[in-house]
Design a protein around this ligand. Structure first.
Ligand code: P1T
Length: 387
């Protein structure tokens, strides 16, 4: 079956008791057993819940994975993956990642004796150089948050396999509709389901997908043992969102391309970053490993914070808020919002500067979004020289 069909049907048989077309919200914490040791496959809802099972099966199908596991947030899913590691293990991480991932690794996991090397993952040689005897994992995001770098998944997983190192790809920005890292050699895919999977900015969730049996058993053990599972209502909402993922992503990226083209070469803008523009340094790689370019657009406004703020506070349809991937357009200032936990000198060295503004382009009418961006840009003074 093709993607759009799997998004609607995978893991979602009509309810055997009532015929309900949608998987019910099994709002229960426990399940009655017939006699000691005899039950219907569910004992306690941290360990398993049928609404969650349906979501896990659906997402696994969309990523081409044998197994799926869902969590109460994207970071909950990421932490569950990190439980594969022990004190003394080392991880090589692409240096442009969601600020919360940086915080989890740098401020939490480092206290447990796991060490990290942050490298520019656009060049596989940087990954290779950072590998040590104790390296157990390579962690990548692509496209990255917020600079929309494209990382060569195949080149890195080839290297990782030759050294028996696991590769994890955070596929949140692409969604499984646009990119399937397992097919490119990754061992584990992680998603913030809060974003395109849920798609309506009404739920926080996370997911892990893998076809590696041994890793799956360990990840499942920790899902139950550590316990950051999602509730059934949240699983239902994500399942409902996923049904329209294919049509939403098409609409999202059509709008994103229009916005990116409009913003290209505007005098108030120092830099525009969208993988779909021929000027993007990894445009060809994006074409090769993705089925589209996504709907995140980042820009550096000339004049730093002051003008970035003028722009971000002048849009009317693009709401100034964290998060992304919902039907409604959002605008975010990474320095003060999503990436605020990264020390100033570190983030500036990585290109996360005060003038950077990130757009999550929604699925409203293209002309309305263009008009909104145009009127907001008109409020930004045109500087004769960039600060
Ligand atoms: O928010 P949560 O569901 O826990 O997901 C964390 C996460 C993981 N990976 C990526 C690539 C992400 O972008 C996020 C969350 N990001 C935002 C909230 C944001 O505005 O960028």
């Amino acid at each position: 079956m093709k993607f759009a069909t799997r998004a609607i049907h995978a893991g979602q048989e009509p309810d055997p008791t009532t015929g309900a077309i949608n998987v019910p919200i099994y709002q229960t914490s426990t399940y009655v057993q017939e006699e000691i040791g005899k039950h219907k496959g569910y004992e306690y809802a941290r360990t398993g819940n049928p609404t969650r099972t349906a979501l896990e099966a659906c997402l696994a199908s969309l990523e081409g994975a044998n197994h799926g596991l869902c969590f109460g947030s994207g970071l909950g899913a990421s932490m569950n993956i990190m439980h594969l590691l022990s004190a003394g293990d080392h991880v090589v991480v692409g240096d442009d990642v969601y600020g919360g991932t940086f915080r989890l690794f740098d401020k939490v996991l480092s206290r447990f004796g796991v060490t990290f090397s942050w490298v520019d993952a656009r060049d596989v040689k940087n990954i290779e150089k950072a590998i040590k005897p104790e390296t157990k994992m390579i962690w990548l995001e692509t496209p990255t948050n917020p600079l929309l770098q494209i990382i060569d998944i195949k080149a890195i997983t080839d290297l990782a396999k030759s050294k028996k190192i696991a590769t994890v790809v955070d596929n949140t920005f692409a969604s499984p509709y646009l990119q399937n890292p397992l097919a490119l050699g990754a061992d584990i895919v992680v998603h913030s389901a809060t974003k395109y999977l849920g798609g309506h900015s009404d739920v926080v969730g996370g997911a892990i997908l893998t076809s590696d049996e041994e890793m799956y058993e360990r990840l499942k053990f920790h899902q139950n043992a550590v316990g950051s599972v999602p509730g059934p209502m949240d699983c239902f909402l994500i399942l409902r969102g996923v049904k329209t993922l294919a049509v939403r992503m098409e609409a999202h990226q059509k709008n994103a391309m229009a916005i990116a083209k409009f913003l290209e070469n505007k005098p108030q803008i120092e830099r525009i970053i969208y993988p779909g523009l021929a000027a993007h340094p990894q445009h060809d790689l994006a074409k090769k490993q993705m089925n589209g370019f996504g709907a995140m657009v980042s820009i550096v406004v000339k004049g730093g914070l002051e003008n970035a703020n003028k722009f971000a506070s002048s849009t009317k349809l693009f709401a100034l808020a964290e998060s992304l991937g919902g039907v409604e357009s959002l605008i975010c200032h990474p320095v003060s919002m999503t990436h605020g936990s990264i020390p100033k000198e570190v983030r500036e060295a990585r290109g996360i500067v005060d003038g950077l503004v990130r757009l999550s382009v929604g699925i409203e009418d293209t002309d309305d979004l263009l008009a909104d961006v145009e009127q907001a840009l008109a409020k930004v003074p045109q500087l004769t020289e960039a600060k």
